[in-house]
Design a binder for this molecule. Structure first.
Ligand code: HEM
Length: 519
């Protein structure tokens, strides 16, 4: 549940108004009947004792859900059954059960439940992220994978990634030269929003740039509402919108769709004016597909913006956080970069495979900080058995990716940031090894994974090799915190203010056309 939802939930419990009391009376009867219908016989997974009306909902009122659920799992086991309001949820917290759900029985669990966000923002899950498993979802995945996220397409965006990172570094050096600290979190959000929107709307860079701040604002507004809503768990509360979150969510999405409308209108106008361009972008591809109504184009574009931007920027921020907390690891990474790249040129994507320690740093970051901590809920399409327990049809399944990456039964010293655990190890983070699943696995595995696995090491390598990044005066590595912010993804709570200056000789930057002040 997002911060604002958590506050909303707490407020609801604290300030029972007359309306709420009436709603609760009704709710009680409803839940009794509902539970009687869903609670057919069968051997359910274990779980803590529940309260009469709300089940286990009270567990989620304070603290972050991924921590709380991991803690409860420590007591009740890797597969648990929770009653959250009117909704039954199976929580998975081990690699073995995750393999069972996401591989062996993926055909049963690849669907998604209907959710407030899917209903309100995407008109009943007509997008990809919140869509049930269907021909529609399969088509959307195919379009994304072949037209935007294939190895060829990813490679075709190489110059764009380099250009936008150079721009970002130039601005950072300007600030650093003037001795001004900047928020690393904001810097990464802006960089990755530019990358995503330029990939989607490759043409008209100038016009798109003017929308980026609005896109960031909407993304943060939608993301801060989180993935769980109290109204998802107690649907009867939906019409009341006691927290005001549903209205906020709808308004944020509408604002975003208005911008999309104007982008699409302009593109269609350009086409009729036959200002043709050889270079087709993702929007052109979608507009050319007859089976894509305009609304669905807007939904899919918003999916990519939300799912592809914050996830990547927050992961780079976590990596930098851990490097600043561990100067010895930062030094080892810099030494590798200096040895392989040298100090006379900048890193290129072609270098990435040679940088073994860099790859280990990225994997370790994804293990310790998988930003999609609870994934996106899965949903059973038919009744089945998992680990000997009966799971009815239409049950929500949440895989706690955070708990799996920190499982002490699998990982030695699981809370320690130690990239060397991935050196000389065959374990990858691509969903084939269930002990670390930052991108999920199976039919619903993140389609942006291959792009992320280029973007993350490239940006991190460049920042560590070409920039000298220091903390505000008086602070040491011991002052860098890892406080989280729970939203749709889990990023840093604090901005990570840093001073960024150049680390390499001036002509290295000038050679690639960067405008860098200094001698
Ligand atoms: C570090 C970066 C990223 C992480 C950690 C991440 C993680 C995830 C996770 C955990 C899921 C849910 C998997 C499941 O349901 O089992 C997911 C789904 C998704 N991701 Fe990513 N992701 C990242 C980057 C991206 C990028 C760059 C894009 C696109 C450009 C993207 C697009 C999507 C989409 C569209 C889905 C929904 C797929 C579906 O429902 O079938 N992600 N991601």
């Amino acid at each position: 549940m997002g911060d604002s939802n958590m506050e909303g939930l707490t407020a609801i419990f604290k300030s029972w108004s007359v309306h709420t009391v009436a709603a609760v009376g009704f709710l009680y009867v409803y839940l009794k009947v509902f539970r009687r219908v869903t609670h057919k016989s069968g051997r359910r997974p274990p779980g803590p004792p529940s309260l009469p009306l709300i089940g286990h909902l009270h567990h989620l009122v304070s603290g972050f859900p991924h921590h709380t659920l991991a803690k409860i799992a420590g007591k009740y086991g890797p597969i648990m059954w929770l009653e959250l309001g009117a909704v039954s949820v199976v929580v998975v917290s081990s690699s073995d059960i995750a393999r069972e759900i996401l591989k062996t029985q993926d055909h049963i669990f690849a669907s998604r439940p209907s959710t407030v966000i899917g209903d309100f923002v995407f008109d009943k899950g007509q997008d990809l992220v919140f869509s049930p498993w269907s021909d529609h979802a399969r088509l959307l995945r195919k379009v994304c994978i072949t037209q935007l996220l294939s190895p060829q397409r990813i490679n075709s965006f190489k110059d764009l990634r380099r250009e936008l990172l150079m721009e970002t570094m130039s601005t950072a050096f300007e600030e650093g030269h003037a001795n001004r600290y900047i928020s690393f979190v904001d810097m990464m959000n802006e960089l990755f929003m530019s990358i995503t929107t330029r990939m989607l709307f490759r043409r008209g860079a100038g016009a798109i740039k003017t929308h980026n701040q609005d896109f960031i604002k909407t993304m943060i507004e939608i993301s801060s509402s989180g993935l769980f809503f109290i109204e998802d768990l107690i649907p009867l509360l939906k019409p009341l919108d006691l927290s005001g979150n549903l209205k906020k969510l709808k308004m944020a999405a509408e604002k975003h769709y208005d911008i999309m409308e104007s982008i699409i209108d302009n593109r269609l106008k350009e086409k009729t004016n036959s200002k043709s361009c050889n270079e087709e972008d993702f929007l052109d591809v979608l507009l050319a597909m007859s089976d894509f109504p305009r609304d669905q184009i807007k939904y899919l574009l918003l999916d990519i913006i939300i799912a592809g931007t914050e996830t990547t920027s927050e992961t780079v921020v976590w990596a930098m956080t851990e490097l600043l907390r561990h100067p010895n690891i930062m030094e080892r990474l810099q030494s590798e970069l200096d040895a392989v790249i040298g100090k006379e040129r900048l890193v290129e994507e072609a270098d990435l495979q040679k940088l073994e320690y860099l790859q280990a740093v990225v994997k370790e970051t994804l293990r310790l900080h998988p930003v999609g901590v609870l994934g996106i809920p899965h949903f059973s399409r038919e009744a089945t058995k998992v680990a000997g327990y009966d799971i009815p049809a239409n049950t929500r399944v949440v895989v706690n990716l955070y708990a799996i990456g920190r499982d002490p039964k699998v990982w030695e010293n699981p809370l320690k940031f130690d990239p060397s655990r991935f050196l000389n190890s065959s374990i990858n983070v691509k969903g084939q090894h269930y002990e670390v699943l930052p991108f999920g696995s199976g039919r619903r595995r993140c389609p942006g994974m291959n792009l992320a696995l280029v973007s993350l090491p490239y940006n991190l390598a460049q920042l560590v090799h070409a920039c000298s990044i220091s903390l505000p005066e008086g602070l040491t590595h011991l002052d860098v915190d890892v406080e989280e912010k729970f939203q749709m993804t889990v990023g840093r709570q604090n901005p990570l203010n840093v001073l960024i200056t150049r680390r390499l000789p001036l002509d290295v930057y000038r050679k690639v056309g960067m405008n860098v002040i200094g001698q």
